[in-house]
Design a protein around this ligand. Structure first.
Ligand code: SAH
Ligand code: SF4
Length: 351
């Protein structure tokens, strides 16, 4: 076995140069994926946690260069779900067996602290774990959501290269993004972050630093997405990321953070059919099927080619169950908190 992969498997530690060496060497990819798969098996078993994703608004005040929801994109029909619609989708998701729901959206100021807190409370009454992914909010807002019952928060750092970050996210500050991650941690959330792979001018060295950053903040969840250029953004002519590099970043993350939750991301499957299954066999242990209904799925257009936009939540649930069991894995019926992977939902006292 490659010496560095062996070391990572045993010690869960690599330095920047070692990570870089593995990122640069494409002869070791299969070995790397296999090692990540074995570490996932050793620490987390064969369970796959499903998180039902509700894309509740595509209105965003930010202008991230890569994202189709950016405010300057005038080609996108905008929507915002009502509280009743959100709760309806949440109820249905619970009836399909989801134990975790994720509320994700653009930074939409309609959803004030008060409105959001109401929604969080009502969803928590359904007995699920709740993840929020609403971008940058104040400490007070994060605190109010936590007190209302939110369990987890996803906010990708996107890249730890400050200059690249600020080039990609105009008028956003890298330090403020870091503050968000620190505040979420202080407030007791399970914290999820991650990066886009394949941004213009992103180097392998910078990706190696990103992976070390995940370890430094001891992230509970890491989502890695290949960047997929969107026609309606300034980055439409970019090359974008490829699945192999995204998988390598994900596999290396699994080796150095062996017990965290790592999703097989939708963007991976949007690039390559079966991308999520390949990811589940290369270190991932989570899938986030869409439980948004109707036309909204198409309108939540972060990037083109997004999968399953014509499908119903019931179809997606059945489809992913078939795929997961087809590779010998088990759909977990637990909440899937970090460090509580193999327990049954009924044993978990956290809810
Ligand atoms: N507004 C929130 C959550 C919604 S965006 C936020 O920005 O945190 C969720 C994620 O979509 C972002 O973190 C980004 O990594 C990803 N994304 C945006 N545009 C993308 C693209 N063109 N290709 C792949 N992923 C993209
Ligand atoms: Fe808005 Fe998030 Fe898209 Fe940035 S990545 S434009 S914050 S939805």
């Amino acid at each position: 076995m490659n010496k560095l992969i062996e070391k990572a498997k045993l010690t869960h530690n690599l330095d920047k140069d070692e990570i870089l060496e593995l990122l640069q060497n494409d002869n070791i990819n299969e070995e790397l994926f296999k090692a990540a798969d074995e570490v996932r098996q050793e620490f987390l078993g064969d369970y796959v946690h499903l998180r039902g994703l509700i894309e509740f608004t595509n209105i965003c005040k930010r202008n991230c260069m890569y994202c189709g929801l950016r405010r300057d994109n005038k080609n996108l029909e905008r929507y915002r779900l009502t509280k009743e619609e959100i709760l309806d989708f949440a109820n249905k998701a619970v009836s399909y067996g989801y134990k975790t729901l994720v509320l994700q959206g653009g930074e939409d100021d309609y959803f004030t602290k008060e409105r959001m807190t109401e929604i969080v409370k009502e969803i928590k009454n359904l007995g699920v774990a709740l993840t929020l992914s609403l971008g940058e909010k104040t400490y007070e807002e994060y605190k109010a959501f936590k007190e209302a019952g939110a369990d987890r928060y996803l906010i990708r750092i996107e890249t730890t290269d400050k200059k690249l970050y600020e080039d990609m996210d105009p008028n956003m500050s890298f330090e403020e993004r870091l503050d968000c991650l620190n505040n979420l941690r202080d407030l007791g959330y399970e914290v999820g972050s991650g990066i886009l792979v394949g941004l213009p001018n992103q180097t392998l060295e910078s990706i190696a630093k990103d992976i070390l950053f995940f370890k430094l903040i001891n992230a509970d969840m890491i989502g890695i997405g290949p960047f997929i250029p969107n026609e309606d953004t300034p980055l439409k002519a970019s090359k974008g990321g490829d699945l192999t590099l995204a998988l390598k970043v994900m596999a290396l993350t699994r080796l150095i953070l062996p017990d965290i939750n790592i999703p097989a991301t939708t963007a991976m499957e949007s690039l390559t059919p079966n991308g999520r299954i390949i990811a589940l066999q290369s270190g991932a242990n989570v899938v986030m099927p869409n439980v948004t209904e109707g036309e909204y799925r198409k309108l939540y257009a972060l990037y083109p080619g997004k999968i399953c936009t014509g499908d119903t939540p019931a179809h997606c649930r059945g489809c992913i169950t078939g795929k997961v069991t087809g590779i010998g894995r088990i759909i977990s019926d637990g909440y899937g908190f970090r460090g509580n992977q193999n327990t049954n939902a009924h044993d978990e006292s956290l809810i």
